[in-house]
Structure formats: C-alpha cells, structure tokens
Design a protein around this ligand. Structure first.
Ligand SMILES: [Cu+2]
Length: 94
C-alpha cells in the first residue's frame, strides 16, 4: 500500500513549492486560435516580475482562444516553462 501513496505525496510537495500563478489583467492585441498564440498588452506580472508591455504568448492547447478578439479586456494566468511563459487560463475580464 505504501508504494501507491509515494508518487502523489511527492507531487503535492513539489506543487506547494512552485509559485502560484496569479490572474493578470490584459487587453488583447491579436489572437491566433489556430496556432494557440495571442498578443497581449499586459499589466505587471508579479510571479515573474515583468513590467507591463505588449508581447506575444503561447497558450496551452486547453485554452480556447476562439472567443477573443483585438480590444477585448481579459485576465489570464501564465506559468513559467523553463525559458518561456505559457498561458494556462484566460477569460473575459468582468
Ligand atoms: Cu511581458
């Protein structure tokens, strides 16, 4: 039984040490759902200490970009993958 509990426990431990991604406000500049790419005019991103700017992002396959167009006010979460950022969630801002 013990061996079955080992892997989940380790995963939880690693997750607890990762910086939790926060929601960041942004405005859509361009959206390319076919290539899972979106250019955002984003606010300060605390988790990676990035100043506000316009920049392109790649989104995870699970993020559906079809509902977004230039000018939309959104909020998104990014995760750091080695040397780049990838969007793991994005939705319209309220
Ligand atoms: Cu940036």
């Amino acid at each position: 039984m013990r061996v079955f509990f080992f892997a989940p426990t380790l995963a939880l431990c690693l997750a607890a040490h990762a910086t939790p991604a926060e929601w960041v406000g942004a405005k859509v500049v361009t959206a390319d759902p076919e290539r899972s790419r979106v250019t955002l005019d984003h606010e300060f991103i605390k988790s990676v200490n990035m100043m506000p700017m316009v920049m392109p992002f790649k989104a995870e396959k699970s993020v559906d970009l079809r509902g977004f167009k230039a000018g939309d006010k959104v909020r998104f979460r990014v995760v750091k993958k080695v040397d780049h950022l990838i969007i793991e969630a994005m939705e319209m801002a309220k």
